[in-house]
Design a protein around this ligand. Structure first.
Ligand SMILES: Nc1ncnc2c1ncn2[C@@H]1O[C@H](COP(=O)(O)OP(=O)(O)OP(=O)(O)O)[C@@H](O)[C@H]1O
Length: 349
């Protein structure tokens, strides 16, 4: 009798357990590549005991403790303005999130691709890689947010063609021209989504004598914010504290006022885009003329922002399909492209 020879195909650990992490200033996102879904989206906040330096809570739980803790507990954002402000706490946060997803199953270790801003230093890169390894990753890689955003926006970055991506996060804007898997020209500025909120707070204080909080400023930006004048003015009623009387007071604010408030910050980003274009080699610049610029990151969601950049560069500008998640999805995709991605930092167990 013919012997049947069954071959059992073992699922590859790499495919099973690969994750991409977007270490954002505001939120940390984790993408499970096999499940093709975002499995974690939590605030990048850690609550620490000031005296013992012990981590007490991470993510949503830590954020909820903000402003409600006794004096010896502080809630920290380990990443600020898109860079790592505190390594130890960043490490604790990465470990916590990896453990939260995978539990204590140490025998199934993930391969991790972590996104970092372009300007992170060598020491910071090592710190992030080591944090991932000591959290249980078998292999850890780093990729810049801009390259990940390009991948997550559906751009084939391995082609010998110039692609320009403008990734506007909360704390930093990363602008890069990518070709053949590598970054050819790039810049990173500390003007991004959160600056618009600060601009709105300052403007309302100056022109309406009203003090508003960050949350209200963000709502104003999202609801009536625009990068170009609107044909039909929009208004929004907001509440704050009157600086003259000290009492709560409602006012209405218009879209053109918001534009006036955020215009300088918008233009700083536009000027940086132009600066990167000026430094782009001619052949790649020609590709960008054909293909246009892609915008990603939550900060790019301000109404008419692509149109504003287009107006000043005379190029086509489009938004990524889902700007808030393109970086983390790109990190997942990058795990399949390690061979074509140039200059990928790596650490192994
Ligand atoms: N609909 C919207 N309109 C305008 N701004 C928005 C909108 N949604 C989110 N944002 C802004 O996007 C920013 C956060 O973007 P994102 O989550 O991409 O940043 P991040 O990854 O945390 O930051 P970074 O990349 O700087 O570390 C915040 O400033 C937020 O207010």
């Amino acid at each position: 009798m013919k012997k049947l020879n069954f071959k059992v195909k073992m699922p590859s650990l790499r495919v099973q357990k690969s994750i991409g992490i977007d270490l954002g200033t505001a939120n940390t996102l984790v993408y499970n590549k096999q499940r093709e879904e975002i499995v974690l989206n939590e605030p990048s906040v850690v609550a620490v005991d000031k005296e013992t330096k012990k981590v007490l809570a991470v993510g949503q739980e830590a954020k909820e403790m903000l402003g409600k803790t006794p004096d010896h507990i502080i809630a920290v954002r380990p990443l600020s303005e898109g860079v790592i402000a505190d390594y130890d706490i960043t490490e604790a946060m990465i470990k916590y999130f990896i453990k939260k997803i995978f539990g204590k199953m140490n025998f199934m270790l993930p391969e991790v691709m972590i996104c970092v801003p372009i300007e992170v230093t060598g020491v910071e890169k090592r710190a992030v890689l080591e944090a991932a390894i000591s959290a249980g990753a078998k292999r850890a890689y780093l990729i810049e947010e801009a390259r990940a955003a390009a991948l997550g926006s559906g751009i084939d970055i391995s082609a010998p063609e110039g692609n320009m991506i403008v990734d506007i996060g909360g704390g930093s804007t990363d602008i890069a021209v990518i070709s053949l898997g590598g970054t050819v020209v790039s810049t990173s500025i500390r003007t991004a989504g959160n600056n618009f909120d600060e601009d709105i707070i300052k403007y309302i204080k100056k022109t309406h004598n009203l003090l508003i909080g960050e949350k209200t400023a963000e709502q104003i930006k999202i609801q009536v914010g625009t990068a170009l004048p609107l044909e039909e003015e929009e208004i929004m009623t907001i509440k704050g504290r009157d600086l003259m009387t000290g009492l709560p007071k409602p006012i209405t604010i218009t879209s053109s006022e918001v534009l006036e408030a955020i215009e300088d910050s918008l233009m700083q980003i536009v000027m940086s885009v132009k600066h990167v274009l000026e430094k782009t080699p001619p052949e790649l610049a020609a590709d960008i003329v054909d293909k246009g610029i892609v915008m990603a990151g939550g900060g790019s969601l301000i109404r008419n922002f692509p149109e504003l950049i287009s107006k000043h560069t005379h190029l086509q500008v489009k938004l990524a399909e889902d700007p808030l998640v393109s970086v983390v999805i790109g990190a997942g995709i990058a795990l399949d492209k390690i061979d074509v991605l140039r200059k990928i930092e790596k650490a192994e167990r």
